[in-house]
Design a protein around this ligand. Structure first.
Ligand SMILES: Cc1cc2nc3c(=O)[nH]c(=O)nc-3n(C[C@H](O)[C@H](O)[C@H](O)COP(=O)(O)O)c2cc1C
Length: 429
């Protein structure tokens, strides 16, 4: 027979999710413990199993009460997992500090869990020094869509997506950046070059137009490329631009303004599949809830994509990670597009984090002309980590080099201009 050390060593290589199993004592007091031996057993009837050490207090209580709850922990609930495993020696009340509810059986169910099952024991099978309790699920709730907490190799962990085979790039900044730098004569050539290399390019920003006629005059007819996008302020501008043959409209949403998300969703009816919605300031923790709510609703509407831009570069890499773990799950199957700024040279770090969190689409700017991560730098990074891009990387790299060297000549002002949102982008060179 295999010895316990070897058995434990091999078992520790088996990754699992983490749950808190709860139950009641005879006087109705709550009790709970961390358990990873949870498993789905049957769909009809709905049955689940947990496997508990016979000597545990929880084991005794479940055997006596015949009821238990299973609460699936989320990626940010290590403390809860530790406390209910008895690892937090200072914890007097394991339930303190969390919000709990009850359903059919009266066992405590964790509001902030990913989901919970409320169960009645229908079988208890001997399993060596454990008992396998099979429970019929009498209540269940998917409380939150996010990433799960994991346990592997005696440590707590989180999911990291495998790197994708392919990532796409679009360029919302080069045309505006050139215009802001007074380099209008280069716009047509550069925009055409970016588009023909396979990257979407934003050719105009109509949001400053005072009237529809003014907006119409700002649509650069000579830049109407297949792979173009135009940033618009409202539905009227969107219709104008789509009628002119532009494939994608971009529109900005500030989800923190009450009613704004509903209003935008109403406006986008019928053109949602051609609309990329850019969510303003998504990584500000004070806006997390409003932004996540908007992401979920835009995904339900079926927009083309949801843009999350770190426009000022202020989001820390960990904040980007925490936010994307929630947003990717909520947006599915609508893709998220991450806009990368290069403040503190952390743009590429955030790109890797976004890739490992399930993001496959990026906004960068050729030559980093507006302070965003430079397209050619992201291309180099993607090449290094074996992620393909459906763009002509060589052509973009040459174009970026030309753009930089043109900026170095005396006739041009400095390349880096302090604008993250270009205002007037209508000049067609
Ligand atoms: C990640 C993790 C998973 C665990 N899974 C189980 C399990 O499935 N079954 C079990 O009997 N103990 C499991 N334990 C151990 C119990 O959580 C621990 O013994 C707890 O203190 C029992 O609480 P109690 O003594 O108050 O009943 C696990 C511990 C950890 C850290």
């Amino acid at each position: 027979m295999v010895d316990t050390t070897t058995f434990r060593d091999v078992m520790s290589q088996w990754p699992s999710g983490v749950t808190v199993v709860t139950t009641l004592s005879g006087d109705g007091a709550w009790h709970g413990m961390t358990a990873s031996s949870f498993s789905s057993v049957s769909l009809e009837p709905p049955l689940v199993s947990i496997c508990l050490t016979k000597t545990l207090y929880s084991h005794q209580l479940i055997a006596d009460s015949g009821v238990f709850g299973v609460n699936v922990l989320a990626k940010d609930q290590v403390e809860v997992g530790r406390r209910f495993a008895g690892m937090d020696k200072g914890a007097v009340d394991r339930f303190a500090g969390e919000s709990w509810t009850t359903d059919q059986t009266g066992v405590p169910l964790l509001d902030s869990a990913l989901g919970w099952f409320d169960c009645r024991v229908v079988h208890a099978y001997p399993g060596g020094d454990h008992t396998i309790f099979v429970g019929e699920v009498v209540g269940a709730h998917a409380a939150r869509r996010s990433a799960p907490l994991l346990f592997h190799s005696r440590g707590w962990g989180q999911f990291a997506d495998v790197l994708p085979d392919v990532a796409t790039l679009s360029d919302p900044g080069v045309v505006g950046g050139l215009a802001a730098a007074g380099r209008n004569h280069e716009i047509a050539h550069v925009a055409a070059g970016v588009a023909s290399a396979g990257s979407r390019v934003r050719v105009a920003d109509l949001t400053s137009a005072a009237s529809l006629a003014e907006a119409e005059a700002m649509v650069p007819r000579t830049l109407l490329l297949d792979a173009a996008s135009v940033l618009v302020a409202d539905r009227a501008q969107a219709d104008l631009v789509l009628a002119a043959g532009v494939s994608t409209v971009e529109i900005t949403l500030d989800p923190a303004v009450p009613g704004c998300t509903e209003e935008l969703i109403a406006q986008l009816q019928g053109i949602e599949a051609q609309t990329a919605v850019r969510v303003l300031d998504p990584f500000d923790p004070a806006r997390f809830d409003a932004v996540l709510d908007a992401v979920e609703r835009l995904a339900a509407l079926g927009v083309l994509e949801i843009g999350l831009s770190d426009a000022a570069g202020a989001a820390t890499p960990l904040r980007v990670r925490a936010f994307l773990q929630e947003a990717v799950a909520l947006a599915r199957p609508v893709p998220l597009r991450m806009g990368l700024h290069d403040r503190d040279r952390l743009g590429l770090v955030k790109a890797i984090i976004a890739l490992k969190s399930g993001v496959r689409h990026f906004d960068t700017t050729l030559a980093g002309i507006d302070g965003a991560v430079a397209t050619e730098d992201l291309i180099r990074l993607l090449e290094e980590v074996d992620v393909d891009t459906p763009v002509d990387s060589a052509a973009l790299t040459v174009l970026a080099r030309d753009l930089r060297s043109a900026a170095d000549t005396a006739s041009n002002p400095p390349l880096l201009v302090e604008t993250s949102t270009p205002q007037i982008v209508g000049a067609a060179g």
